[in-house]
Design a binder for this molecule. Structure first.
Ligand code: FPP
Length: 241
């Protein structure tokens, strides 16, 4: 990478295509989710080398409850197992883990594991991994507005002062920078309710590769491509004037 190039500080990924990956192999969808979970560690480990400090991944959406009972419960047990199995390695590798989404609808055991992993890794600062679990962008904004309205009603916030700096303080992502780059795998060009507010100025990359085939090399290529891009946040490029 050249000197003038800048890696994305925060990359968000919609990990799509696990089901099709399994189907292509004549296996059940959960087989694809397990293969997808194995990729997560590879991508997290690759982040520091590519200059990526924040990684946010979409693991389960508020819409995913509509899947079959078998798939939903299989995914929930995969998340429980993943957290239990990976906790120490994540802590030892300097990864700080956070969860976003409405965790109150998740089972109590999973909620407890999520809370424990956040506490276990809270001193870490090498990579900030945020896992979106029972997450929906509209749901997040609605929950944020509810809390904001409660603060106004309680006299803690003056409604006249509410502006676009106020709402993000109530979002699940309040301590995170906005994503610079959002990647979606599996050839679908949709954002599916992911980080709606936060991605206002993000670059998007829609990649044909199915998530279980997404490796560190491909991740690096995408990051490099981003680094060569020119972003102006709606203003003109002053260097070109
Ligand atoms: C989308 O593929 C993927 C999901 C709904 C689940 C994502 C979960 C993982 C990658 C598993 C592990 C994550 C963690 C954090 C342990 P799809 O099922 O919609 O695929 P399809 O579009 O081919 O059907």
């Amino acid at each position: 990478m050249g000197k003038e190039q800048k890696s994305p500080d925060h990359v968000a990924i919609i990990m799509d295509g696990n089901g099709r990956w399994a189907q292509k192999r004549g296996r059940p969808r959960l087989f694809g989710h397990h293969a997808g979970a194995k990729r997560v560690r590879e991508i997290v480990e690759a982040c520091p080398g590519f200059g990526v400090k924040y990684l946010t991944i979409f693991a389960f959406s508020t819409e995913n409850w509509k899947r079959t009972q078998t798939e939903v419960s299989g995914l929930m047990s995969l998340f429980r197992r993943y957290i239990t199995k990976e906790a120490r390695a994540l802590r030892d590798e300097g990864v700080r883990v956070r969860f976003i989404g409405d965790r109150l609808r998740l089972d109590k055991k999973l909620q407890a594991l999520m809370d424990e992993l956040e506490v276990l890794t809270q001193e870490n600062d090498k990579v900030h991994l945020t896992i979106a679990l029972n997450y929906g962008g509209r749901d997040e904004v609605a929950r944020a507005v509810k809390r904001l309205a409660q603060d106004v009603a309680a006299g803690l916030l003056d409604s006249d002062t509410v502006d676009e700096e106020t709402l993000p303080r109530y979002l699940d992502t309040c301590v995170l920078p906005d994503p610079d780059l959002v990647i979606r795998t599996s050839g679908e060009a949709r954002i599916s309710n992911f980080l709606l507010w936060q991605s206002a100025y993000a670059e998007y990359e829609f990649i044909d590769t199915l998530w279980p085939d997404f490796d560190a090399e491909l991740f690096g290529e995408i990051v490099d491509r981003y680094a060569g891009r020119d972003r102006r946040f709606g203003s003109v490029d002053t260097a070109a004037e």
